[in-house]
Design a protein around this ligand. Structure first.
Ligand code: C2O
Ligand code: CU
Length: 504
């Protein structure tokens, strides 16, 4: 079995050999070259350089119409199998995943592996990296998984992600440096499907814009609902407007607050909690009553440990935290930022009454960490290097017109390469996100993790606040065509998406 080391998992070894291959093609240096296609030989060549053990792990993902019980209410929706979230996939870095999507949905679909840097043709973006998987058809994803950490998967078609089609994929590090007694994966989700129409109905409604003359606040100064839309949902942590969509339920691992999940452990147990925000339009502030938490990872990548009361997760983001549990019963609460609603799970190490459905632990108002305040662990920090290319990614648009875009251009799935941000294999790339809108956006890059600033965390999804400019760097070591987009599903769908494309 080949030797595996942590650096090779994060792509350290790939850039150079890839460069060699490109030079062999005789076109290195010319940014006027054609764009690399997902089916090009270079994609296969880079895959062969990945540190794999050769061990193949097979899974089947059956996407179909189904019913879930949400706290006594039966909803009709779409899911992966009979569980919400879908069953957790668990692998070890170096494994080859072989996952067959059986699409039994009434429309086309695909699977995107959020957070994994895999070969481009397995990234699961219809019309960009593969043909859509038609209703009734199957498609097998096969690639080396070399990114340890807390990740997840979901479709990349329309608003499907805002149904029940999501699940965690956890990749164990064969040299895991942390020690703990238990671990829990906690998926947060805002839910409306089958309760208040469908996500497609919501998209129809928001597309029309939100300038219906009913701005402002509800009675108590709180958010006010108009159809599926939400007015006046504001959050200081998010720099103003928090979200556009009203959700009747907020779930932790598929359960609403009146029927919460319970995590059991011994008092004194050290637990690694893997938090994932699978929401469509909701940031969550998460705290465990009576405890402080130590942040160890964000988006699967280790950070210098930091003790906090609460963490804030935009859609698509992940945080791993360590907690040492007290004796008793404690609420794990996710506050829907700006929306004045919560999701609940119960942590039990002793006897006592379960917390009430609406409980809000004080820790929610304690010290909250923003990802930009964290520092990358030295094992994953990018080597210091001057960027060879710099791309300005301006976030544009407004709530009133609902014309969310990048650099004023609304992404066209029919012409995905138009306006692409070009990079070359081997380059250090700087991306400058500038948010010129009045709303925050969780910006996600496929196929890579960037570093925030010169020593900030390695991430694939980053909250960019209104008026803010954030610089991030990544190494172009994974040739192909990769989306960069807002992970607010409705913003992304109306056009806040772009493409990072390698030239050959
Ligand atoms: Cu969670 Cu484009 O992805
Ligand atoms: Cu957005």
């Amino acid at each position: 079995m080949p030797e595996i080391n942590r650096r090779s998992f994060i792509g350290g070894g790939i850039a150079l050999s890839g460069l060699g291959l490109l030079a062999a093609c005789g076109k290195s240096g010319a940014s006027s070259g054609a764009l690399v296609k997902p089916t090009d030989a270079i994609v296969d060549a880079v895959e062969k350089e990945r540190a794999g053990t050769g061990k193949v792990r097979k899974f089947t993902l059956r996407a179909a119409e189904t019913e879930f019980d949400l706290g006594g209410r039966t909803v009709r929706t779409w899911g992966y199998g009979d569980e919400l979230p879908g069953k957790e996939l668990r692998l070890t870095a170096g494994d080859t995943i072989e996952a067959t999507l059986e699409n039994r949905l009434p429309e086309e679909s695909s699977v995107h592996w959020h957070g994994l840097a895999m070969r481009n043709d397995m990234d699961g973006v219809p019309h960009v990296t593969q043909d859509p998987v038609k209703a009734g058809k199957d498609f097998t994803y096969r690639f080396i998984v070399d990114t340890p950490g807390t990740h997840w998967f979901h479709p990349h078609t329309g608003t499907q992600i805002d149904r029940g089609l999501y699940a965690p994929i956890i990749v164990d590090d064969p040299r895991e440096p942390l020690s703990y007694d238990e671990e829990w994966t906690v998926m947060l989700d805002d839910w409306l499907d089958g309760v208040d129409g469908t996500p497609d109905d919501v998209l129809e409604e928001v597309r029309g814009g939100m300038d219906h003359g009913a701005h402002g606040m509800g009675d108590g100064g709180g958010p006010m609902r108009m159809g599926s839309m939400l007015m006046g949902a504001t959050s200081d942590l998010l720099g103003g407007d928090a979200g556009d969509v009203f959700y009747p339920m907020h779930l932790i691992n598929g359960r609403p607050g009146n029927d919460p999940r319970t995590f059991k452990a011994e008092p004194g147990a050290r637990v690694r909690i893997r938090l994932v925000n699978a929401g469509g339009d909701t940031a969550y502030r998460v705290a465990l009553g009576g405890h402080r938490m130590t942040v160890t990872h964000t988006d699967g990548h280790p950070v210098e440990h930091r003790e906090v009361d609460a963490v804030l997760l935009g859609m698509g983001e992940r945080y791993d935290v360590l907690v040492t549990l007290d004796d008793g019963v404690f609420p794990l609460v996710a506050l829907a930022e700006g929306k004045d609603e919560t999701a609940l799970a119960v942590v039990r190490t002793g006897s006592g009454r379960a917390p009430g459905e609406k409980v809000r632990p004080d820790e929610l108002d304690g010290e909250v960490v923003h990802s930009t305040e964290l520092t990358a662990d030295p094992s994953v920090r990018l080597e210091k290097r001057k960027p060879e290319v710099r791309h300005e990614v301006e976030l544009t648009g407004s709530m009133a017109a609902y014309d969310w875009a990048i650099n004023g251009r609304r992404f066209d799935h029919g012409k995905p390469t138009e306006g692409a941000f070009k990079v070359e294999q081997g380059q250090r790339v700087r991306v400058v996100f500038t948010n010129s809108t009045e709303m925050w956006h969780p910006m996600h890059l496929h196929g890579h993790t960037f570093q925030v600033g010169s020593k900030g965390p390695r991430k694939d999804t980053l909250i960019v606040l209104p008026g803010e400019t954030v610089e991030v760097d990544f190494d172009a070591d994974n040739p192909g065509r990769w989306l960069v987009h807002c992970h607010n599903i409705y913003h992304g769908e109306v056009g806040m998406m772009g493409l990072v494309a390698y030239t050959s």
